[in-house]
Design a protein around this ligand. Structure first.
Ligand code: KMH
Ligand code: ZN
Length: 270
């Protein structure tokens, strides 16, 4: 089986230090957290930038600072968010793509997101995909609902994204596709042949879905964006602690963990 790519989703846009005191906020804290996650086995870090007061920002300068600080520390793949927070405009969300990162997220559909709506109209998707292509950025296609796979295929048909595709199944967001074994199998069987996929199980679903992905030949995303607990009632000490658990489980299952360079090959990143 292919080596396992572990992504650490370090910050997200929604989690606060009130509920997770170990959440990295500043560029320096995010870079330190990225390095620790890399040392624990992460090949990719998925990043959301924050203002000093902790509020989410999509400012290009904020992402640039984080990118530079991470690159100075370790060779992990830097994957900024283009999802931002639900209230960011499409233009705001697209800013980090201007930095030509190796990867960035691309959500291919609108869904409920708790009490909010995460807006990804066809116009947004086309705009984001075009910009990523122009900047040579490999999209990680974020799918929160099954129909979003069909939207990604539409973008392929339009020539706006290239195969092989790489998907992230985000399962368990309140208001979107629930996290279950059956849904994960359905998603993995529905994406176009030759695609790669990772899974981000939200909250308590993080570890069980990761176990499934390890067994199925998929890849795994963990981190404070998706889950702040190590186990019920016990907050995680760091993103690295969550990554370490996945690396241990992979070792037990006989699946080696991919380095960033190995992940680049698996994902066809040029
Ligand atoms: N914060 C969510 C509304 C992404 O990073 O691309 C969207 C999100 C997806 O986190
Ligand atoms: Zn994100």
């Amino acid at each position: 089986m292919e080596k396992l790519i572990i992504t650490a989703a370090l910050t997200g846009a929604e989690v606060t230090q009130d509920i997770q005191p170990n959440l990295p906020i500043t560029a320096e804290e995010i870079a330190i957290e990225a390095e620790k996650a890399y040392e624990a086995g992460a090949a990719i870090v998925h990043v959301h930038a924050r203002e000093e007061d902790g509020s989410p920002t999509q400012a290009k300068e904020a992402y640039q600072e984080i990118k530079e600080k991470i690159e100075a520390r370790c060779p992990v793949i830097f994957q900024p968010s283009t999802g931002g927070a639900t209230w960011h405009t499409a233009e705001e969300r697209l800013q980090p793509v201007e930095l030509s990162p190796e990867m960035a997220t691309l959500s291919t559909g609108t869904c409920n997101f708790g009490e909010d709506v995460f807006m990804n109209t066809q116009e947004y998707m086309i705009k984001f995909a075009k910009k990523m292509k122009e900047k040579g950025v490999k999209p990680e296609i974020e799918v929160f609902e099954a129909g979003m796979i069909a939207n990604a295929q539409y973008l392929v048909k339009k020539g706006l994204i290239d195969t092989p595709l790489h998907f992230d199944f985000v399962l368990g967001v309140p208001g979107a596709m629930p996290a279950s074994a059956r849904n994960l199998v359905y998603m993995a069987e529905t994406i176009p042949a030759g695609s790669t996929w990772t899974v981000a199980g939200i909250g308590r679903h993080e570890t069980p879905l990761a176990m499934m992905a390890i067994a199925m030949g998929g890849h795994v995303r963990v981190g404070f964006e998706d889950n702040i607990y190590y186990k019920k009632g016990e907050l995680a000490k760091s993103n690295a602690q969550l990554v370490e658990r996945i690396a241990r489980m992979a070792a037990e299952a006989g699946r080696e963990v991919a380095t960033p360079d190995e992940a680049r090959k698996i994902l066809s990143i040029k």
